[in-house]
Design a protein around this ligand. Structure first.
Ligand code: T4K
Length: 368
């Protein structure tokens, strides 16, 4: 049997992709906001139910350039239970991350601890819809409004989700998505920003193209973060199948749940009211005392059987050696607790349900 990894990229039939890219051998137009980029952008706008969207090379540049386009200074309140990208985007903009703890059930920002972190240096809140779990949007927006703070959601995990019937990208000042190969929906590498303010969109558009404002004017120190035509073509193809892929993921998740629900010492991901889920990840928290085995023991048992679960998100970003002990991890005790106990199990559309049964059997054997 082949190894099973934590995820596997969704891909269209090769003929479909070849068909989509074939006209590029006529046009020779490969990048710099070409026709596929434009078409992909329009199709995404419809699918995601948002008013404004811009495409970028990846989710990280979406975050980094959004912060730059907002011209922020000071402190940004965020969470450490995330991928490196979230914190790096803040620090690489010369901003200071201030870490808020997470909710023990949804793993998103614990908004009961948010307001006490606001100072006169706070300029923005950057919460993460981690694993596709939607943050407490109402409370975040109430606090942001009260203190006149920007809200930028890290929506890397939420492609295709809605909250109370609205596309999840329509909340906050901006929401940043990732279309990386490992995501529910991919354009090989790719990212997008959904935003409200058209001026922000104009700045973003320039920043992803070196800050070029016109043929003879460069008005900002931008980067190169333009999505190329091959990536846009992959996105166009995958978009045709994404609903089907999400439906298959749902079956996989339900199979996992049927085996692992109500097992002592196992916490499964919360099913959220008002959210149309995308089944992006399947995180499981193991409480050693009740379950009888630690997260590491389960991880090792799976690995011995060729199954590659991952410790997303461990270590916490506020413990990274890159930050030379600048942050105190004890200020985010719930995040620390979860990060030491969580495992994300393999999940992708074509994961065989019998493999799910086997993965669960190995996990449950660790119990005794
Ligand atoms: N914010 C959040 C909350 C994020 O999670 C991320 C990215 C970002 C921002 C930034 O978005 P991007 O700039 O990446 O668009 C992966 C991904 O590289 C990363 O996109 C993702 N989050 C993070 C959670 O996971 P790794 O280093 O764990 O990936 P890797 O290479 O170990 O791949 C995991 C598994 O996926 C492999 O075991 C097999 C499968 N895979 C991987 C690749 C690269 C495929 O099937 N095909 C592939 O091409 O980071």
């Amino acid at each position: 049997m082949n190894d099973i990894l934590v995820t596997r990229s969704s891909m269209p039939e090769i003929e479909e992709y070849m068909d989509e890219i074939s006209d590029m051998w006529e046009s020779h137009w490969l990048t710099n906001m070409g026709p596929k980029h434009k078409r992909f952008q329009e199709e995404l706008k419809q699918y995601m139910g948002v008013e404004n969207i811009d495409l970028l090379t990846n989710g990280h540049m979406a975050l980094e350039l959004t912060l730059q386009a907002m011209n922020l200074q000071g402190e940004v309140i965020t969470t450490p239970f995330t991928f490196a990208s979230t914190t790096h985007a803040i620090v690489r903009n010369g901003l200071t991350p201030v870490f808020c703890d997470i909710d023990p059930i949804t793993y998103t920002m614990d908004t009961s601890k948010l307001e006490e972190l606001v100072t006169d240096r706070t300029c923005a809140i950057l919460p993460v819809h981690v694993y596709g779990n939607i943050c407490n949007i109402e409370e975040i927006e109430r606090i942001a409004h009260k203190y006149e703070l920007k809200v930028i959601y890290d929506a890397a995990h939420t492609f295709g989700e809605t909250y109370k019937g609205q596309g999840v990208g329509s909340f906050g000042d901006a929401s940043c998505f990732s279309f990386h190969a490992t995501k529910v929906f991919n354009s090989i590498e790719g990212g997008a920003v959904c935003f409200k303010d058209k001026h922000l969109g104009e700045s973003l558009y320039e920043l992803k193209n070196f800050g070029i404002h016109g043929p003879e004017e460069v008005s900002a120190v931008g980067a190169n973060a333009k999505m190329n035509e091959f990536c846009a073509a992959m996105g166009l193809c995958n978009l045709r199948h994404v609903d089907e892929e999400i439906a298959k993921r749902k079956n996989v998740v339900e199979r996992y749940r049927s085996h692992l629900k109500e097992v002592d010492g196992i916490q499964l991901n919360a099913e959220q009211k008002d959210v149309k889920a995308n089944y992006a990840y399947f995180p499981v928290v193991f409480e050693e005392e009740q379950f009888g085995a630690s997260r590491t023991e389960v991880f090792d048992a799976l690995a011995e059987n060729g199954i590659g679960a991952r410790k997303y998100f461990y270590p916490l970003t506020n413990t990274f050696s890159a930050f030379h002990g600048q942050f105190d991890v004890l200020e985010t005790p719930v995040a620390l607790h979860i990060s030491k106990r969580v495992l994300t199990l393999p999940l992708y559309a074509d994961l065989d349900l019998e493999d799910v049964d086997r993965i669960c059997e190995i996990i449950l054997q660790c119990k005794c």
